[in-house]
Ligand binder design. Structure first.
Ligand SMILES: NC(=O)CC[C@H](N)C(=O)O
Length: 612
C-alpha cells in the first residue's frame, strides 16, 4: 500500500470543526479597541499529542494576541523561578467566582485570589526572574516562545490599544502595591503585563503549549524542557479550578480539562500526560470566553473521552508493538510452495499488538504507528488480546482506520478474547496465530501463480506423490511407498492423538481436510498449530516424546498412514527409501528451526515498542 492513510483523528477533528463552525453566537471583544477588528468567522482548532504530533483544523495558523491565555504559562515561569511558596506569599490559588477583572483581594493578606485573574497575573508577571522590568519581560517572551516551540513576537497595535484603555488594570496595580504584594513601579509592572498579553500566538501554538504542560514541562515538538514537572502539576491544578473564571465549575463538569481562556478568542485545554488543545475563535460569551472554543472542547471531551475524571484517562498511554511479517509466520504447517510464496511476500503482512487500557492517546499512537508502518502491507493483524478497557473513541478510531485501509486494499484480521472483536474488520479470531494464518492464506491465494493455484487450494486433495515431505523423492520411490500406506478418515473433532500419547515413527500424510493441535487444560482448549493438506504429522511434529497436545481433525480429513511396522520392513527391502525419508524429515525439521530462529529475531529485533 503506497498512499498515506488519512488519520482517523484528523477525520474526526475536521468533522467536529465543521459542526462547531456553524455556531455564530458571541461578540468580538471591543473594550480593547484593537481586538474589535478580529474576523468573527475565524476558527482554528489544534490538538498536540504527548509525542509531538499536531492535528490542525481550520484557521490554526492565524495569529492573535494571547491575552489571558498567557497567564498559566507566566505563572509556570514564576513558580519555576521562585518556587511554590515564593509565589504563594503573593498570589493565592482560590477561584473567585467572579470575572477576570475582579478587584477582590484577600482581606487579611491583600493577595489576589489566584494567578488566572488580572490582579493575580499582574503580580505573577512581576515575580519572574529579571534584574529589571525589561529583563522580566524578556524572560516571559522567551518562556512563552519555549512553550510554543518557536520565537514569538508582540503585536504593538494591540499593545498600544490596551495601554490606552488599561486604567482598570492600573487601578488594580496600585491596589496590589498598596497591599504589599506588588513591588516597584506600578506603570512598569503594568507595561510588562500588557506586553505579555499582546504576544502573538496561533491555535497550533496553544496546542503545543498545552501539550508541554501535559508532558510535565517538556515541549513534545522540540524536546526542550521549559519548566519542571512539579511546576506543571501546580499550574494544571490552578487552571482546572480557576482557568475560566466564573465559568470554571461548569467548564470542569462538562469539558473536564484544565484550561485557560483569553479575550482575543484563544483557549488552551490540557489532558495531563496525553495532549494539549488550542482553539482560536474571536466571538466571546458574556464571561469573555470564546463560544466556539467552549463548544469544541466540550464536544472533543465527550467524543474523544478526554474528561480528566474518566478512569482510562488516569493511566498513561500504553506501549504497543508493531511487527512486520518479514520473518513472522503462523504455527500452520505449510507445504514448501506455500512457504516460498510467504517468504517472497512476507513484507505484505504486519502485526500490531496493543496492550492496556485504550483511551484516546493510546489509540491515537496506535493508529499513527499502524498508518506509518504499512508501506507494502496488504494484510494487518490487530492483536487486541491484551487490551483492557477500550474507550468508544479508541474503537471508533480503529474502526475508521480499518475502513480506510480496506479502501486501500489492506485487509485486517483482529485477534481478540473469545474472538469477539470490538473493531469491525474482515475477520476476527480467538488467537493471534489464527489471525496470522488467515492473512497468510489470503496472501497465498493472492500471490499463488495460476499454475499452482489448484494444488495450493486449502480444499485441495494432495496425493502421496505431491506431499511436501516427499517432494524431493524420485518417482520410483513414491511407487514403492504408494501401496504401503493405509487410508484413514477422521470426522471433525475426531482425535488422532490425545495429550500424553507416546507417538512412534508412524507418518501421517494429510491428503485433504486438516488437523489442529490443541493444548487442553481443564475446560480451556487453546489452538496451538494447524496442519493442512500436503503436510505430514511425524513424531518430530509433536515436539516431544510425550505428545503434549490433542491432535484432532478440524474438518472431514483423509490421511494416508505409513506405519512404523511397515517402515521397519522397508528398511530391509528398500533401505534407500527409508534413508531418503529420514533426510526429508531432517530437512523439514531444519526448515522449521530456521523459521523459528527468524521469528525469534523478528520478535526480539524488529519489534518497535513505542515509548510513551
Ligand atoms: N481575559 C483576558 O484575556 C483579559 C486580558 C486583557 N489583557 C485584560 O487585562 O483585560
Amino acid at each position: 500500500m503506497g498512499e498515506q492513510v488519512p488519520s482517523p483523528v484528523q477525520v474526526r477533528l475536521d468533522e467536529l470543526h465543521a459542526r462547531v463552525q456553524l455556531n455564530c453566537e458571541g461578540e468580538v471583544a471591543t473594550y480593547i479597541p484593537a481586538l474589535g477588528k478580529a474576523d468573527p468567522a475565524l476558527f482554528g482548532l489544534a490538538l498536540a499529542t504527548h509525542d509531538g504530533h499536531v492535528y490542525e483544523s481550520g484557521d490554526t495558523g492565524v495569529g492573535f494576541t494571547i491575552q489571558s491565555v498567557s497567564k498559566p504559562f507566566v505563572y509556570a515561569l514564576a513558580l519555576y523561578d521562585r518556587g511554590l511558596n515564593g509565589v504563594l506569599e503573593r498570589v493565592g490559588v482560590e477561584p473567585t467566582g467572579e470575572g477576570f477583572d475582579a478587584l477582590r483581594l484577600e482581606p487579611e493578606t491583600g493577595r489576589p485570589l489566584n494567578p488566572m485573574v488580572n490582579a493575580g497575573a499582574i503580580v505573577t508577571a512581576s515575580l519572574v526572574n529579571g534584574d529589571d522590568w525589561g529583563q522580566r519581560f524578556q524572560r516571559i517572551l522567551d518562556g512563552l516562545s519555549a512553550f510554543a516551540g518557536r520565537e514569538l513576537r508582540v503585536d504593538h497595535e494591540v499593545l498600544a490599544s490596551e495601554e490606552r484603555t488599561g486604567d482598570h488594570n492600573r487601578a488594580l496595580g496600585y491596589l496590589l502595591r498598596n497591599a504589599g504584594v506588588l513591588e516597584g513601579d506600578v506603570d512598569k509592572a503594568l507595561a510588562v503585563y500588557f506586553r505579555q498579553c499582546s504576544v502573538v500566538v496561533t491555535a497550533r501554538d496553544l496546542a503545543v503549549m498545552g501539550a508541554t504542560l501535559a508532558g510535565g514541562g517538556v515541549n513534545p515538538v522540540t524536546g526542550q524542557r521549559v519548566v519542571g514537572a512539579d511546576t506543571t502539576e501546580h499550574v494544571l491544578a490552578v487552571m482546572a479550578t480557576c482557568g475560566t473564571y466564573d465559568f470554571a465549575g461548569e467548564w470542569l463538569l462538562r469539558a473536564g480539562l484544565p484550561a485557560k481562556s483569553g479575550v482575543a478568542g484563544g483557549l488552551v485545554a490540557v489532558l495531563p500526560s496525553q495532549l494539549g488543545i488550542g482553539v482560536f475563535s474571536p466571538p466571546l460569551d458574556r464571561r469573555g470566553t470564546s463560544v466556539r472554543a467552549i463548544a469544541a472542547c466540550q464536544e472533543l471531551s465527550a467524543r474523544f473521552g478526554l474528561h480528566l475524571m474518566r478512569p482510562v484517562n488516569r493511566t498513561a498511554p500504553v506501549l504497543h508493538r508493531f511487527l512486520r511479517g518479514d520473518s513472522l509466520s503462523s504455527q500452520r504447517s505449510r507445504r514448501h510452495a506455500e512457504r516460498e510464496i510467504l517468504q517472497a511476500n512476507s513484507g505484505q503482512i504486519a502485526i500490531c499488538e496493543l496492550q492496556g487500557d485504550l483511551g484516546f492517546a493510546a489509540a491515537d499512537v496506535a493508529v499513527r504507528a499502524i498508518a506509518d508502518g504499512l508501506d507494502g502491507v496488504r494484510w494487518l493483524v490487530l492483536d487486541l488480546h491484551r487490551v483492557g478497557r477500550a474507550e468508544p473513541v479508541a474503537v471508533d478510531l480503529l474502526d475508521t482506520l480499518v475502513g480506510e485501509l480496506r479502501e486501500r486494499g489492506v485487509g485486517t484480521a483482529v485477534a481478540a478474547e473469545d474472538g469477539e472483536s470490538p473493531v469491525i474488520a474482515e475477520a476476527s479470531f480467538r488467537s493471534l496465530d489464527e489471525a496470522l494464518e488467515w492473512c497468510e492464506d489470503a496472501l497465498i491465494a493472492q500471490e499463488c501463480p495460476p499454475s499452482e493455484r489448484a494444488g495450493l487450494d486449502p480444499a485441495a486433495h494432495v496425493p502421496l506423490g505431491e506431499q511436501d515431505l516427499l517432494r524431493d523423492l524420485p518417482a520410483e520411490m513414491i511407487d514403492v511407498l504408494t501401496p504401503l500406506v493405509v487410508e484413514r478418515r477422521l470426522a471433525p473433532g475426531e482425535p488422532l492423538f490425545e495429550p500424553g500419547d507416546r507417538p512412534d515413527e508412524t507418518l501421517y500424510f494429510v491428503v485433504s481436510g486438516g488437523l489442529i493441535a490443541q493444548q487442553v487444560s481443564g475446560d480451556e482448549v487453546i489452538r496451538m498449530a494447524s496442519m493442512g493438506p500436503g503436510t505430514t504429522v511425524t513424531r518430530l511434529t509433536l515436539v516431544d516424546d510425550r505428545n503434549p497436545y490433542r491432535i484432532v481433525a478440524e474438518e472431514p480429513t483423509v490421511l494416508q498412514v505409513l506405519s512404523q511396522t511397515v517402515q521397519k520392513r522397508l528398511e530391509d527391502e528398500h533401505p534407500q527409501v527409508v534413508e531418503a525419508l529420514h533426510w526429508a524429515m531432517a530437512r523439514g525439521l531444519a526448515a522449521r528451526l530456521r523459521q523459528a530462529d527468524a521469528q525469534n529475531h523478528a520478535l526480539l529485533g524488529s519489534a518497535v515498542p513505542v515509548e510513551r
